[in-house]
Design a protein around this ligand. Structure first.
Ligand code: MTE
Length: 414
């Protein structure tokens, strides 16, 4: 079944009340939707609602101010820190998106349980060594939060949305190594009846606005699970750090970051469609441009571009400068990037330094020779191999997902 057909089917089943698992009746989901709408009305700060001490985001690795901007329980990569870093994002500057806090788990004591009506037999347990004894594959892929760029709905378009006010630093590319999820599922006795698989994280349960949503979990269609998904235990040649999912996490290339569940403790394999708040209340598009029940659950990431420069960076007038950046898309590799330095009046093609590759990004550069001192804006617009191009304005949604418009990056010519 194609992804689009799957999404439509699931949305129809969800609206018809056919949700399975964890007591998620349609009535419950509709109640949760109204909680989410309440959170939307309450404003951005309320959406997080996590108790944690100020300045302590629950992240283990150091978060120096030159590399990260801390946003509540999350750490955003500063784009200027990626200049000159090569294709893969070094782990010391890879963004962290935590619903609650990083659990520190011992790989030797960790177990993964695969269970459910979509298996031929009883639940099967895997140790860390079991996982590592399956054939290992290595894959380069971007990981990105669906809410990346959210703050520009407000600052660039005047739209009111809720959620972590990321600029463009909730994205990174890594070389992941692990077992194929398909090998794990087959070793567990996957049956032909299986429809959905739902990995669940071992991090603390997520509570917001007085509702306990339980552990982070989100169903994946079996077709995607058997395609290119990894159960990764290494990132850029080293065991995963606690913040990125140690001992093991899913890596779901091209899809919204929430699909790449960290600290996986169990995977339900179901012969019926599965639902969780992460594909009903969150990570769907709600708002005036969408049906009352919201869009289908989000899957592939949109096209985006960023300059490797700090906001407000200074460039000397009357001199040549090399501007660098990266573009990526869940819809296919990026095949063209255009840059404008005159507020969109004219565009020139940037030079691409990587071939378009599904799931990856391309690095690019262009030359700029600003003449007059004063404020300026850098704009980059990418097109992917499916033909999708970044628009000048994004259609807003209440939770501020999928901001794909060209960002006006403010700089100063001095
Ligand atoms: N998995 C668990 N268990 N808990 C989480 O909070 N956050 C998700 C995903 N997996 C999350 C999770 C989201 S929204 C994103 S964008 C990615 O992890 C971020 O991965 P990273 O922190 O390694 O960059």
């Amino acid at each position: 079944m194609s992804e689009r057909a799957y999404d439509h089917d699931r949305l129809r089943q969800f609206l018809a009340g056919e949700a399975a698992g964890e007591g998620l009746s349609r009535r419950n989901v509709l109640r949760m939707l109204s909680v989410a709408a309440g959170l939307a009305a309450a404003g951005a700060g309320a959406a997080a609602g996590i108790a944690h001490a100020a300045g302590k985001p629950g992240i283990v690795k150091p978060l120096p101010a030159e590399l990260f901007t801390v946003r509540d329980t999350n750490a955003e990569t500063n784009w200027a820190a990626l200049r000159g870093t090569g294709y893969h994002t070094p782990v010391d500057r890879f963004f962290v998106r935590n619903h609650t806090s990083t659990p520190v788990l011992d790989p030797a004591r960790w177990r993964l349980t695969v269970w459910g009506g979509g298996l031929r037999g009883r639940p099967v347990e895997f140790s860390y060594d079991d996982l590592r004894s399956l054939p290992a594959v290595t894959s380069s892929a971007c990981l990105e939060c669906a809410g990346n760029g959210r703050s520009y709905y407000g600052s660039q378009q005047g739209d009111r949305v809720t959620g972590t006010p990321w600029t463009l630093g909730a994205v990174g590319a890594a070389r992941w190594r692990g077992a194929r999820l398909s090998d794990v599922l087959r070793a567990a006795g996957l049956s032909r009846r299986a429809v959905d698989v739902m990995p669940r994280g071992l991090d603390p349960a997520y509570t917001a606005g007085g509702t306990d949503y339980g552990h982070v979990r989100r169903p994946l269609p079996v077709a995607k699970a058997l395609d290119d998904v990894l159960l990764a235990y290494e990132m850029n040649g080293r065991p995963l750090l606690p913040d990125h999912g140690c001992p093991a996490r899913l890596v779901v290339p091209s899809w919204v970051g929430i699909a790449s569940v960290k600290w996986v403790g169990d995977i339900e394999v179901s012969d019926r469609p599965l639902f969780s708040p992460w594909n009903t209340v969150f990570y769907r598009l709600f708002g005036s441009a969408y049906p009352p029940g919201g869009s289908a659950p989000l899957t592939r990431q949109p096209v985006r571009s960023a300059f490797e420069a700090a906001p407000g960076a200074a460039f000397a007038a009357g001199r040549g400068h090399r501007l660098t950046g990266r573009s990526w898309s869940g819809g296919g590799g990026v095949r063209r990037v255009e840059v404008s330095t005159d507020d969109g009046a004219s565009w020139r093609e940037a030079r691409l330094h990587d071939a378009p590759r599904p799931g990856g990004w391309v690095r690019w550069s262009t030359h700029w020779h600003p003449r007059e001192p004063g404020p300026a804006r850098l704009m980059a617009r990418a097109t992917d191999t499916s033909g999708a191009t970044q628009p000048l304005r994004s259609v807003p949604n209440d939770q501020g997902f999928f901001f794909d418009a060209v960002v006006r990056h403010p700089v100063r010519v001095v």
